[in-house]
Design a protein around this ligand. Structure first.
Ligand SMILES: [Zn+2]
Length: 1004
């Protein structure tokens, strides 16, 4: 060590070359923990006074202001505690401000563990939370620039100066001379500052200003900072609380905007705007003003920030349709950026849906949570299954709740995997989830980084400004094709099975109500299409698709709300369907006296179906019948069809049961496992040699971090086949139109599973009607189908299409997908043969080697300790097939399983079968038929190419169509010229997975 003595004659105040002591000296000078008796921080607050009077009342209800002020307030004191959780306390606070404080900025300081809102003169004026130091409301700010600054404000500014300089000194590192320049300036400021004498402060501030005033060169990276406040529409709090969280946070943002003209704030989720509009109209009017000024910026275009995997294609379209229409109506423009910073993975169908809804830009950061692989881009083109591309940006700071600190700005540049290709990144700053968004301090930090040599340039910006410049610089960007799979939170495909079931079922209910109501409207223009009721029900469903509700990562209170919304959709949907059917075929529904009753069979799917249904027979009993129902139409069933070949069910001597229907043949052991599955008249076995399919397996399911969210790869090492038989397989229906057999198993310690295995005449798949009494803790139940098929890829249905994922674990990208999501079906095929597994309410799946698994139930304990502990009903199916899954009709079978035919008692009148729509190509699915949003005399039909092929089809309709126009997903016409209406219908051509919407104008 060198001796540290100063040379004689050296100037007083020359700094020693000891980096650590200099750094720590400055740290102590601004410390909130040490030396506050003599340091700068200790001078931050001036005089304070207790309230003149404080009173309160407490309520379990969220009472509005008007009601609250009328209540009786009892005495309260600072230091009292309140509770339990979810109670609301209203306080009346009387303050007296001493005359001596005149001219100063006076704060009302409120510290509590809860979130609060200050009301003044009947209006919400300030949100208060502990997070982000938002514990004060500025009562008066008499201070003007020209007036002498109060001591407190000078101290505050100096503290921010020193914080930035200290961060520069610490974080830029010893290889960077700016680190030393910042350190020496900070050290000198401490020398200059006499904390007891404010007259010394300006000289200290000048030292800082010199550093901040040294400019960058032209090439420096630009950071687009935007205020943000990510508010989960429900998560660890119920929907109702979110309404208040939005108000508290947004009023805080408005206050901050008033005093900071540069502040911009980006805000997503039409639902949250709608909540504030109806509950806080005064605040909403202020927000509208700032939206008009371009500072409060609506983004996202969707109703909520929904889950990116599980909603159906049509539900995703409705997220945008409801969202964009709301933004257009309320703010005069649609959003041009899709915004899902926190959602758990993104379907490969999204780029096309975004493009169809006026959006070509996408922002998220969630893939930075990947457990296994670092995503290789931050700015790139994302290409979907149909080839649509959108410009995508992941803020490289890996957060949507930054604090405006030096560290985050440096990380944003350092982390950015596309620097050099593009020179711009986003920083979203502000506390989320009730934390109140941006703060004054964040803004004051970033002001000092506007253009300071050594730091990236930080400017307040908007998504439009960021994406516009990225678009200009996009020539060197890379393209990522296919899904953006999040390598974490894979448990959310399965957690809270009742929510999953509610989602699938309600998507089906709204589909059916829309189809039948649209047909009723087309047949009788006096029919009142229930547009506003459907909008209300859709919005409930869309709200439940929020990224902590549909994934099941929410508390019990939220689950209860969600299940109630589903119950409401089921109830109202049943009534609306009845009204539509009544209007559509009212004449047929009146049983003529003396006649044997018939059955009206309605089919809401776009192909003819021949299926066994259950209907009310002449004596009132439920009887089975084989019926053929036309494509999107109805038929009267009088004499049921005889089955071409009856189902046979035979119990063998060893207790096994065989079933056959002329299409498929199965053999089941006493535990209900498939020991054989064949196509009838074929020797080709579908079950792998020596294995059993329909094998239940239980896994230990203890994740590392997030209980309801995560299932970890190591759970696969704990597999235990379920083999405890409670009731061996017994034949329950002897055959004919339907054969069935049932059995029961014990699962885990105390859960039971009962299954009825059903084979219907003519049906190419066998159904497993399953009931589980689920009482487990940290267990994962799956059902497995080891099949005699070899393929390195399995296929999974997604929104309006499908994706392939590997069945092997070659690379880290492959094994990170040990648990994936799918919609109604998954398939494993080799050339000429394959096996599909269909389901009516499940989303978790996997295919490893030759084993297809469907994920059935989990039992996480947090954040809902009661999650999934109840009775469950669900159905899945297995379907062996020749040829490809496309040619074998797997897609249609999965729809059939999910959209049962509707059977309604009717007269026995003669009535030819009636079909409203049909499509000539089996590759094309007509998914949606609904009334047009802005044209009561028109319907919109939506079709998609499902095989992954280029296809041409005729869309035939028996409706009185006078004009057909191609339109986008927001129902805006895409061409001036209408489509030609020809003898065979409308001719449509599709590229692989293309979605087309057509507006059909009806004759009145
Ligand atoms: Zn979130």
């Amino acid at each position: 060590m060198r001796s540290g003595g100063a040379a004689p004659g050296m100037a007083a105040g020359a700094m020693l070359k000891h980096r650590r002591t200099a750094l720590e000296r400055v740290e102590k000078f601004v410390s909130a923990a040490y030396f506050t008796d003599c340091n700068l921080r200790g001078r931050l607050y001036g005089a304070s006074r207790p309230p003149a009077a404080l009173s309160c009342f407490q309520s379990p209800l969220r009472v509005p202001y008007g009601e609250a002020v009328g209540r009786r307030f009892g005495p309260a004191a600072v230091g009292d505690s309140f509770g339990p959780a979810w109670e609301t306390c209203w306080f009346k606070v009387e303050l007296s401000i001493p005359p001596a404080w005149a001219g100063r900025e006076v704060h009302f300081v409120w510290e509590s563990d809860g979130e609060g809102m200050v009301w003044r003169d009947g209006q919400p004026v300030q949100g208060l939370t502990k997070e982000g130091e938002k514990t004060s409301y500025i009562l008066t700010s008499c201070l003007k620039e020209s007036e002498p600054h109060s001591v407190t404000l000078d101290v505050y500014e100096l503290l921010v100066d020193l914080e930035i300089l200290l961060d520069m000194a610490r974080l830029l590192g010893e290889e960077n001379q700016r680190s030393f320049q910042a350190l020496y300036a900070a050290n000198q400021m401490v020398n200059v500052c006499d904390v007891t004498d404010p007259a010394t402060f300006p000289a200290a501030r000048d030292l800082a200003a010199t550093i901040f005033g040294q400019r960058n060169g032209e090439s420096q990276h630009s950071i687009h900072a935007m205020g943000h406040c990510h508010i989960d529409s429900a998560w660890l709090w119920p929907y109702e609380e979110t309404i208040r969280k939005c108000a508290r946070s947004w009023v805080t943002v408005i206050r901050l905007m008033e005093s900071n003209p540069e502040l911009t704030f980006v805000c997503s989720q039409a639902q949250q705007f709608e909540w504030v509009r109806s509950w806080y109209p005064g605040l909403y009017a202020q927000i509208q003003d700032y939206v008009a000024k371009g500072r409060f910026v609506p983004v996202g275009g969707t109703w909520v920030e929904m889950d990116g995997n599980l909603p159906s294609g049509e539900a995703m379209v409705r997220q945008f349709l409801q969202g964009q229409r709301f933004f257009q109506e309320q703010f005069g423009r649609i959003c041009s950026e899709f915004w899902l910073p926190d959602t758990f993975g993104y379907s490969a169908q999204l780029p096309q849906l975004m493009r169809g809804c006026g959006i070509g830009r996408f922002l998220t950061q969630k893939l930075s949570w990947n457990l296994v692989n670092a995503f290789p881009h931050h700015t790139f083109f994302w290409e979907g299954i149909d080839g649509s591309r959108v410009l995508t940006h992941f803020p490289p700071g890996d957060s949507y709740g930054m604090l405006g600190r030096v560290e985050e700005m440096l990380k944003t540049v350092k982390n950015n995997k596309d620097k050099g290709r593009v020179n711009h990144s986003a920083v979203l700053f502000g506390f989320g989830d009730g934390g109140g968004g941006p703060t004054q301090k964040m803004l004051d930090r970033m002001k000092r980084m506007r253009d300071t040599d050594g730091l990236p340039r930080v400017q307040m910006s908007t998504p439009d400004r960021l994406f516009s410049v990225l678009e200009k610089e996009s020539s060197q960007l890379c393209t990522w094709v296919g899904e953006l799979f999040l390598e974490l939170h894979n448990g959310t495909y399965t957690t809270q099975a009742q929510i999953k079931k509610g989602n699938r079922e309600c998507e089906r209910i709204l589909h059916d109500v829309e189809v039948l109501s649209a047909l009723a409207l087309a047949q009788d223009s006096s029919f009142q299409y229930p547009a506003s009721q459907l909008q209300r029900l859709w919005r409930l469903l869309l709200l439940n698709q929020f990224h902590d509700v549909l994934p099941g990562s929410c508390i019990q209170l939220v689950v209860e709300d969600a299940l109630q919304y589903y119950a409401e959709i089921r109830r109202a949907g049943a009534r609306l369907q009845e009204e539509a059917v009544q209007s559509l075929c009212g004449d047929l529904l009146q049983p003529e006296s003396g006649h044997a009753e018939g059955t009206l069979v309605l089919n809401t799917l776009p192909w003819e179906r021949t299926e066994v249904i259950s209907r009310t027979g002449p004596a009132g009993a439920e009887v089975l019948a084989l019926v053929t129902a036309p494509s999107m139409g109805y038929a009267i069933l009088r004499e049921p069809l005889p089955p071409p070949q009856p189902v046979t069910v035979v119990k063998q001597e060893d207790g096994s049961v065989t079933m056959e229907n002329g299409v498929i043949a199965v053999c089941l052991d006493a535990m209900g496992r498939l020991t054989s599955l064949r196509l009838a008249h074929s020797e080709r076995e579908a079950v792998a040699d020596g294995c059993c399919a329909n094998q239940f397996a239980l896994f230990d399911d203890v994740p590392l971090y997030w209980d309801a969210w995560d299932v970890m790869d190591y759970h696969l090492e704990t597999r235990k086949p379920v083999t405890t038989l409670l009731k061996p397989l017994e034949i329950t229906l002897a055959g004919g139109l339907r054969g069935s057999a049932s059995f029961s198993l014990r699962v885990g310690k105390s859960s039971t599973l009962t299954q009825e295995i059903v084979l219907d005449a003519t049906c190419p798949y066998i159904r497993f009607l399953t009931q589980v009494e689920w009482k487990e803790s940290h267990k994962f139940l799956k059902v497995e189908f080891p099949v005699q098929v070899r393929s390195t890829n399995a296929t999974y249905e997604i929104q309006f299409g499908h994706v392939q994922r590997p069945t092997h674990w070659n690379t880290s990208w492959d094994w990170a997908r040990f648990e994936v999501w799918a919609h109604k079906w998954m398939d494993l095929s080799e050339h000429g043969f394959g096996v599909a597994v269909l389901n009516d309410s499940k989303y978790g799946a996997s295919a490893r080697g030759n084993v297809l698994s469907l994920s059935l139930l989990r039992a996480p304990k947090s954040p809902d300790a009661t999650a999934d502990i109840t009775q469950h009903h669900f159905t899945y199916s297995v379907l062996p097939h020749r040829g490809s899954f496309q040619d074998a009709g797997v897609i249609q079978c999965a729809y059939n399983l999910n959209f049962p035919l509707h059977a309604v008692p009717a007269s026995c009148a003669q009535c030819p079968a009636w079909s409203a729509f049909s499509v000539s190509s089996p590759a094309i699915v007509l998914e949606t038929v609904k009334q047009a949003e802005d044209r009561p005399d028109a319907v919109v039909v939506r079709l998609y190419e499902a095989h992954g092929s280029t296809a041409v089809t005729w869309l035939r309709s028996s409706l009185p169509v006078t004009e057909a126009m191609l339109c986008d997903l927001l129902e805006q016409p895409l061409a001036k010229e209408p489509l030609a209406l020809e003898q065979q219908g409308v001719r449509l051509s599709f590229t692989p997975f293309q979605v087309l919407s057509i507006l059909l104008v009806l004759r009145q």
